[in-house]
Ligand binder design. Structure first.
Ligand code: SF4
Length: 161
């Protein structure tokens, strides 16, 4: 637990510094931000790189370069909507509570099935295992988490459609 908290704190400070350098802020909702950072750490453990916690990675770094956090789409999304796709990075107004974070369209193009991931997202909500952070885009969470074995009732809706 101590080790986990330290890792989250470290990545929080690292992202905050990096955000500040780019003129951005981390989402002021500490709990939500913590969940996203946990997802990034989990992806790093799973794939060896910090892929976006809100997108399905292929597991092949070459194919996922665009979604290693901060992703290629962040700046454009913050510029247009005020926050990145996940809501980890926000603009000043949102950081100061003068505007709200919003759900935004996906820019990424899914080469494999020739559909944009926004079309996939439009079809499937994303569920998150509250025990280990596993994310799945399906109509319902799995009966059991394939990573840690937690039962269905321990999943939460991470992104709604
Ligand atoms: S959408 Fe946000 S959290 Fe996801 S990879 Fe891009 S910058 Fe990181």
């Amino acid at each position: 637990m101590k080790e986990r908290n330290k890792k989250i704190k470290d990545i929080y400070l690292e992202k905050k510094e990096e955000a500040g350098k780019s003129g951005y802020y981390l989402n002021p909702d500490k709990e939500f931000t913590g969940q996203l950072l946990e997802g990034i750490l989990l992806n790093e453990k799973r794939y060896g790189y910090q892929s976006c916690p809100c997108r399905l990675a292929s597991g092949k770094k070459d194919e996922d370069l665009d979604i290693i956090c901060p992703c290629y789409y962040r700046d454009e999304d913050i510029d247009k909507y005020g926050n990145c796709y996940c809501g980890l990075y926000v603009n000043k107004k949102i950081a100061e509570g003068k505007d709200k974070i919003r759900s935004i369209p996906e820019r990424r193009y899914n080469k494999k099935d020739k559909k944009s991931t926004s079309e996939i997202k439009a079809k499937y909500p994303v569920f998150r295992c509250r025990v280990c952070g596993y994310l799945c885009a399906k109509n319902n969470p799995p009966a059991k988490c394939p990573i840690c074995g937690a039962l269905k009732e321990r999943f939460e809706t991470f992104l709604d459609i």
